[in-house]
Design a protein around this ligand. Structure first.
Ligand code: SF4
Length: 441
C-alpha cells in the first residue's frame, strides 16, 4: 500500500474546516516553518527532491531559488489552480476536500519566497470551489495564520482567490499572469521568466496546487525523509486522477514505486478494466502526453515492468515518449477508436489555441479537419502522411507548449496505431457505422 502524505486525512468528516484540520495536526508544519529561516526551508524543499506536480516536473526548490530579489520590489506566489487538462482532476479534489492543506502550504511557501500577497488562480468551471477556499482563508485569518504579523513573527500574508474565465490556455503560467492582471490570457514570450518579471513585472513563482500542498508534509517530516519515499528522482507521493474504462475512477495517492500494471488492475487503485474488457492503451499524464499501447505500457522494451514514475513512464526516445505529466491517467479499452479519440483531442486543442502563433492557430484546425475526414471514412492514405507532417511542423515552433501538446497526441497515435488510420481509409462504409475497436476485436 502506498504511503499517504496528502490524502491521509481526506476521509475525515469536516476536514474541510479549520477546527477539524487543526485537531488532526494541521498548521503545525506552518508553526515549525515560521521558526525557521526562509533559507532553511528552501534547503528542505531542495533536499526533498519535489518536482512540480503540474506537468513539467521541474524541481520546485530550484524554481524557488531562481526568484529575483531586487530591493524594494514586492514578490508574489501564484498558485496555478487552472486545472483544465482533460483527464486531470486531482487539484480539484485537494481544494474541495483539503483547502487548509493548500492554505498552509501557501503560508509556508509565501514566507519562504517573501510574498506578502499571494494568489490562487482557479479554473472558471470549478465554480463552487472559490467559496470553499475563501471560507478557509477567512478561518485561517481568524486563527492568526494569515493577515498581519502571523504568529507574532512580523510576517504579513494575504491570499486572494481569482476565478478564471474558462480558457484552457490560462493554465500556461504566463497566460495565467496576463489573465490575473486583467488582460486576455495570451502566453508571453520567455525570457524574461516569471521569476524575474512575472505578475505586474514583479518576481513571481507560479506553482501547481499539489506542489504547494506537498510543502506541508515536507516541512512536517523533513526533506530528507520525504526524499526516501519513492524512487530515484521521483521522490515523495503523487496524486493520480484515474478515469476512462476502469472499474474505479478516482483520485489516488501513490508513492511512485508501484508498477503500471498494479495501478490499473489492483483493487486498491483502478480495479481493472470495466466490463471485463481488455486494455488497449493509456494516456498516463493528461491529454497532452503521448498515448501508449498496452504492450509498451505494462512492460519496457527490455521486458522490465513499467513503473508509475517520471523516469519509467518516459523511458527515453520512442519506446513510449510519454510522461507522468499532470497525473491525469486515461485508460482506453479494446472497444475504443484511436482515430476518433485523437480527433476529439485535436478539436479541443484547436478550440483552446489562443491564435498568436501560425503553426498552432492554423495547424490545430487543419489536423482536426483531416482527422474528422479520416474518421468519417472520407480520408486517403496521403492524409495520414500529411497529418504526420503537420504535427512535425507545429512541435517546437510555437510560443507556448500548447502547440507541442496538440502535436504529440497525433504523432503518438500515428506511430503506435497507424493500422487503425489505414483501416478507416480502407473501410469507408464500415467506418461510418462502426469504430475500429468494435469492428476488430
Ligand atoms: Fe497561443 Fe498556440 Fe501559440 Fe500557445 S502555441 S501562444 S496557444 S497560438
Amino acid at each position: 500500500m502506498s504511503k499517504k502524505l496528502l490524502l491521509k486525512d481526506a476521509h475525515i468528516e469536516g476536514i474541510r474546516y479549520f477546527e477539524t484540520y487543526r485537531k488532526q495536526g494541521g498548521y503545525t508544519a506552518a508553526e515549525k516553518a515560521l521558526k525557521m529561516t526562509p533559507e532553511e526551508i528552501l534547503e528542505e524543499v531542495k533536499t526533498s527532491g519535489l518536482r512540480g506536480r503540474g506537468g513539467a516536473g521541474f524541481p520546485t526548490g530550484m524554481k524557488w531559488s531562481f526568484l529575483a530579489k531586487p530591493e524594494g520590489v514586492p514578490r508574489h506566489l501564484v498558485v496555478n489552480a487552472d486545472e483544465s487538462e482533460p483527464g486531470t482532476f486531482k487539484d480539484r479534489y485537494l481544494m474541495e476536500f483539503l483547502p487548509h492543506l493548500l492554505i498552509e502550504g501557501m503560508l509556508i511557501s509565501s514566507y519562504t519566497l517573501g510574498s506578502n500577497v499571494s494568489y490562487i488562480y482557479i479554473r472558471g468551471e470549478y465554480s463552487w470551489i472559490p467559496d470553499i477556499l475563501e471560507e478557509a482563508i477567512e478561518e485561517a485569518k481568524a486563527a492568526g495564520f494569515l493577515g498581519k504579523n502571523i504568529l507574532g513573527t512580523g510576517f504579513d500574508c494575504e491570499i486572494y482567490v481569482q476565478r478564471g474565465g474558462g480558457a484552457y490556455i490560462c493554465g500556461e503560467e504566463t497566460a495565467l499572469l496576463e489573465s490575473l492582471e486583467g488582460k486576455r490570457g495570451n502566453p508571453r514570450l520567455k525570457p524574461p521568466f516569471p521569476a524575474v518579471k512575472g505578475l505586474w513585472e514583479r518576481p513571481t513563482v507560479v506553482n501547481n496546487v499539489e506542489s504547494i500542498a506537498a510543502i506541508v508534509p515536507i516541512i512536517d517530516i523533513t526533506g530528507a525523509e520525504y526524499a526516501k519515499i519513492g524512487v530515484g528522482r521521483s521522490t515523495g507521493t503523487k496524486l493520480i486522477s484515474a478515469c476512462g474504462n476502469i472499474n474505479k475512477p478516482g483520485v489516488y495517492e501513490i508513492d511512485m514505486t508501484i508498477t503500471v500494471e498494479e495501478f490499473i488492475y489492483s483493487d486498491e487503485y483502478c480495479g481493472g478494466i470495466a466490463n471485463g474488457k481488455k486494455l488497449k492503451a493509456c494516456i498516463p499524464g493528461g491529454s497532452s502526453v503521448p498515448i501508449v499501447p498496452a504492450n509498451l505500457l505494462l512492460k519496457t522494451v527490455n521486458g522490465e515492468p513499467r513503473y508509475m514514475n517520471y523516469e519509467s513512464l518516459a523511458d527515453g526516445g520512442f519506446a513510449t515518449g510519454t510522461m507522468m505529466g499532470s497525473g491525469g491517467f486515461i485508460v482506453l479499452d479494446e472497444d475504443q477508436c484511436i482515430v476518433e479519440h485523437t480527433m476529439t483531442l485535436a478539436r479541443f486543442y484547436h478550440h483552446e489555441s489562443c491564435g498568436q502563433c501560425t503553426p498552432c492557430r492554423e495547424g490545430t484546425g487543419w489536423m482536426h479537419k483531416i482527422l474528422k475526414k479520416i474518421e468519417k471514412g472520407e480520408g486517403k492514405m496521403e492524409d495520414i502522411d500529411l497529418l504526420w507532417d503537420i504535427q512535425r511542423k507545429i512541435e517546437g515552433n510555437t510560443i507556448c507548449p500548447l502547440g507541442d501538446a496538440a502535436a504529440w497526441p497525433v504523432a503518438a497515435a500515428i506511430r503506435h496505431f497507424r493500422d487503425e488510420f489505414e483501416w478507416h481509409v480502407k473501410n469507408p462504409e464500415l467506418s461510418q457505422t462502426q469504430n475500429y475497436g468494435l469492428a476488430n476485436y
